[in-house]
Design a protein around this ligand. Structure first.
Ligand code: IFM
Length: 450
């Protein structure tokens, strides 16, 4: 057995998001979000599940804070529900909504757990959706207003702010594939939404700088994956490169270089309507970032499709690999590849792994235990690769497991469990899985045994 250690100031955390855990959709004056609407419309979610109760975290946050303290977490990444603070998207703020996050942050600080707050994890106020949502440029401006208000009025130090979680998912699953709220299926609108999400990020970061916030950092979390070609054939390599442009570079390049990737601009111009970019947008989007958050779970191996104009080609599942309950390939080396790639392609920007984890079919035993050895193996192998990248100089500052607890997994409802903590959805009781004990031990030693 060998032990590997992380740097002294490395941060170990866990992550969640508002709609996935909070429940209480109407409490204390909260407005409707697009996920309230999407889940209640019927037919969009497995078993027609909704986030109405979820983990009931809105009422049980104190108990959840105790769990985090018990785990020894050094940081907790949660998201703020925009419609709790602004039920109509903008206009008059709802003090009771803000108070909830104040209480949460206050409790975290009492436990010495650094808060990392995400401002947008997909629960857009429905009132803004009624005006076109992210396809309307004004939504980026409303987002910046909400962000500026929150920076100023949460008025307890938040160590890290994440503007937008996974803009690719919000834009393309939500507006091109119809799988996420608002359930639209138009690629042109998805491109517009992607641009406005990035613009919203940039405007919010500008407001953050204007407020001169010290000891706080701001960044964004992207879902990134290595996208290797299935073979060395020219066709497969071109398809993989396009898919990388679609999923990774369309966000990395504007944020870190201030421009959309030219090969993708040329491709999109041939098939779609390019997003409406106004003068100054790219400077705003490419403004300074304190860190880049990486959400990584898997990789996508790509084989060319039949037509040259296929945007992505086909995803191939290597038969020798292991897969999680989501059908995602377990590919720990991908985390090392991503962490090294960012530095190689874009320079030395501080990095956090803002999400990494796995869903497996956990069983609650009669004695109350959950033996999730597959999750422990998964986390251990990914964390090892993060350590390797660090050893080679990647500026990695911290790691957040997805997720602190089982929760509402979007279209999959409650059928996929990602948590360190098991939720009994009948009683809402919380139970430690074996992975929670394992993670606690790793945090306390600032390193893991192999
Ligand atoms: O549950 C999601 C989360 O909301 C965003 N990133 C991926 C997770 C697992 O699918």
């Amino acid at each position: 057995m060998s032990r590997y250690h992380f740097p002294d100031h490395f941060i170990w955390g866990a992550a969640t998001s508002s709609y996935q855990i909070e429940g209480a959709p109407e409490a204390d004056g909260k407005g409707e979000s697009i996920w309230d609407r999407f889940t209640r419309s019927g037919g969009n979610i497995l078993d027609n599940a909704t986030g109405d109760i979820a983990c009931d975290h809105y009422r049980r946050y104190e108990e959840d804070g105790q769990l985090m303290a018990g785990l020894g977490l050094q940081a907790y990444r949660f998201s703020i529900s925009w419609p709790r603070l602004f039920p109509e998207g903008g206009g008059r703020p709802n003090k009771k909504g803000l108070d909830f996050y104040r209480r949460l942050v206050d409790q975290l600080q009492g436990f010495n757990i650094a808060p990392f707050a995400t401002l947008y994890h997909w629960d857009l106020p429905q009132a803004l959706q009624d005006k076109g949502g992210w396809t309307n440029r004004d939504t980026a401006k409303y987002f910046a207003e909400y962000a500026a208000f929150t920076f100023e009025n949460l008025d307890l130090p938040v160590r890290g702010w994440i503007t937008i979680n996974e803009p690719w998912v919000a834009a393309f699953l939500g507006h091109a594939m119809g799988l996420h709220a608002p359930g639209w299926t138009d690629f042109n609108l998805a491109l517009a939404a992607a641009h406005n999400l990035l613009l919203g990020h940039g405007l919010a970061a500008q407001r953050f700088r204007e407020q001169g916030r010290k000891d706080e950092e701001i960044g964004i979390a992207l879902n990134l994956a290595p996208i290797p070609p299935f073979s060395e054939s020219e066709e497969d390599r071109a398809a993989a490169r396009r898919t990388d442009g679609f999923m990774n570079r369309w966000f990395l390049d504007p944020l870190l270089e201030g421009a959309y990737p030219q090969d993708m601009v040329d491709l999109y111009r041939r098939h779609f309507t390019l997003p409406p970019v106004e003068e100054g947008d790219m400077e705003i989007i490419g403004g300074p970032l304190d860190f880049l958050g990486i959400n990584n779970y898997t990789r996508h191996v790509v084989r060319a499709g039949d037509s040259e104009s296929d945007l992505t080609g086909n995803f191939v599942n290597p038969p020798e690999s292991e897969y999680t309950e989501m059908g995602w390939e377990v590919y720990p080396r991908g985390l090392y590849e991503l962490l090294s790639r960012i530095g190689r392609d874009y320079g030395p920007i501080p990095l956090y792994i803002t999400e990494n984890g796995a869903s497996f079919p956990d069983q609650l035993e009669e004695d109350g235990t959950v033996n999730d050895q597959a999750r422990i193996n998964y986390l251990q192998s990914y964390i090892f690769e993060a350590w390797q990248a660090l050893e080679e100089g990647a500026p990695l500052k911290g790691y957040f497991v997805w997720s602190l607890m089982d929760n509402f997994e979007w279209t999959f409802g409650y059928s996929k469990r990602f948590g360190l903590i098991y939720i009994d959805y009948q009683t809402l009781e919380r139970r430690w899985k074996n992975s929670a004990y394992w993670y606690r031990k790793g945090i306390s030693r600032n390193g893991l045994d192999l």
